[in-house]
Design a protein around this ligand. Structure first.
Ligand code: EPU
Length: 423
């Protein structure tokens, strides 16, 4: 199992380029199940989760390969399979997003019910409620969600106690585009990744309006064709590098970012003292003479609120702030596994229900730490950049799921970071 070793305290500078968004790529790849023609996707990142989705799609009869220029070619060559088995789905929860497309295009679907997850309880009741509103006959048997019946379309309110659902909205959309009637999704997730899926589907011939808003209207069409499409940049990756830039008080430019997708994060970074230059497709952190980091409170919320996927990295930043900050998780109230690992580096963090209270400290010191999930591992890498001495982050396979070549990108900025393979 690989580790990432960091020797903290280096001065960083330069530019880092953001990769394509993982969370936009995954549902768009699944949407190819709906398409009658070939699809070429540009800006798909080279990540473990993308490989997992490619494997699932291959199993479902979607031939796919990387072209020489890095784009991903996908085409349905065999439309008989209707089952996404446990062994594939358990590797990645996001694979549940094939359900809506399989049902709509192949008339029936059988997808393994996703299991537990380190972020806490993650039910799929809203996915099922949404599909039922479109006419699906759904039952759960042998650990599988079975969907059948005619896709008629319908109206629904797609929200629960934690707000909207990103992949639930994606699943419903993918079925609705081929429905016999019109669908209205109230309280649709507004994340840029959902917007990207809508734009992709429309490029293939779907008729979705209200894109980017909380009410999506979908007029069903008979078929979708293929298209060429470029995935949006990864706002979470961009925000991770900006948090690192502020933490190390480094003049770093994050290139290829889309600041309009990151307003809540930019707001909190500025409140914490960052001086940012924001262009159309870049954000630059300006080095400041004092390099102070101020304690600020953050509450995670569905988009356009502060993203849960940057909570752990922001917590790493707040361990270095002057004063006390409170981070409240309103999307995954249990998503705090990183807090105890940050404490191993000397951070002072206390849990109070869905909140963490962080007393900033001027000094962290390196230690061996364990990554529990993707974003937790990014927060540990950031903390390692400022900790004195050596930090070894174990279980880095988590980070490979969602950060393209992170150690190389950080090396290029001047970090003392290496991957140690242990066979
Ligand atoms: N929820 C329900 N019922 C459902 C679905 C969701 O109660 O049927 C709850 C969840 O338990 C949670 C909230 O609703 O409390 C929001 O969950 P959502 O469904 O939006 O999450 P998701 O679609 O499964 C995606 C991202 C996650 C990201 C969340 C929230 C992908 C592949 N995953 O998950 O990304 O944290 O949205 O923004 O897009 C990550 O990249 O590290 C990651 C975990």
């Amino acid at each position: 199992m690989d580790r990432i070793r960091i020797r903290g305290g280096r001065d960083l500078r330069g530019s880092v380029r953001v990769s394509g968004s993982k969370n936009a790529s995954l549902p768009i790849m699944a949407a190819v199940l709906l398409c009658d023609g070939p699809v070429v996707l540009r800006n798909i990142p080279d990540l473990k989760d993308i490989e997992t989705m490619r494997g699932i799609l291959r199993h479902l009869g979607v031939e796919n390969h990387r072209e020489r220029d890095g784009s991903l070619y996908l085409e349905v060559t065999d439309a008989r399979a209707d089952c996404a088995p446990y062994d594939l789905v358990r590797q990645m929860r996001a694979s549940f997003v094939v359900l809506g497309a399989l049902w709509a295009r192949r008339g029936r679907a059988k997808v393994s019910y996703p299991g537990g997850c380190v972020l806490g309880h993650r039910p799929v009741d809203l996915h099922i409620k949404g599909l039922r509103s479109l006419g699906a006959v759904v039952h759960i048997e042998d650990g599988y969600v079975h969907a059948g019946g005619v896709v008629k379309g319908g109206s629904m309110f797609l929200g629960g106690n934690y707000g909207s659902t990103v992949l639930g909205t994606a699943n419903v959309l993918m079925a609705a585009v081929l429905a016999r009637g019109t669908t209205v999704i109230e309280n649709a997730a507004m994340e840029p990744e959902v917007e990207d899926l809508c734009n992709f589907l429309n490029a293939c011939g779907a008729r979705i309006t209200g894109i980017g808003g909380h009410c999506l209207v979908v007029e069903g069409v008979e078929r979708l064709g293929g298209c060429e499409y470029s995935i949006i940049p990864d706002r979470i990756e961009a925000a991770t590098y900006l948090a690192g830039a502020l933490m190390t008080n480094s003049p770093i430019t994050v290139e290829g970012a889309r600041p309009a997708h990151m307003l809540a994060v930019l707001d909190r970074l500025q409140a914490a003292g960052a001086e940012l230059e924001v262009g159309a497709d870049y954000v630059r952190n300006v080095q400041r003479p004092d390099g102070r980091i101020l304690a600020v409170d953050v509450t995670t919320l569905p988009y356009p609120g502060f993203p849960t996927d940057i909570q752990a990295q922001f917590m790493a930043l707040m361990t270095r702030a002057e004063g006390v900050s409170i981070i409240t998780e309103k999307v995954y109230p249990e998503r705090f596994m990183h807090a105890s690992e940050l404490a191993r580096l000397g951070a002072n963090i206390r849990r109070e229900g869905p909140s963490a209270i962080i007393q900033g400290t001027p000094r962290l010191s390196g230690a061996p730490v364990m990554a529990s999930d993707l974003r937790a591992s990014a927060s540990l890498v950031l903390a390692g950049l400022v900790a004195e001495g050596r930090t070894d982050v174990r279980r880095v396979y988590h980070i490979d799921r969602g950060y393209e070549r992170i150690e190389q990108k950080l090396q290029r900025l001047g970090a003392d970071i290496e991957r140690i393979s242990e066979g």
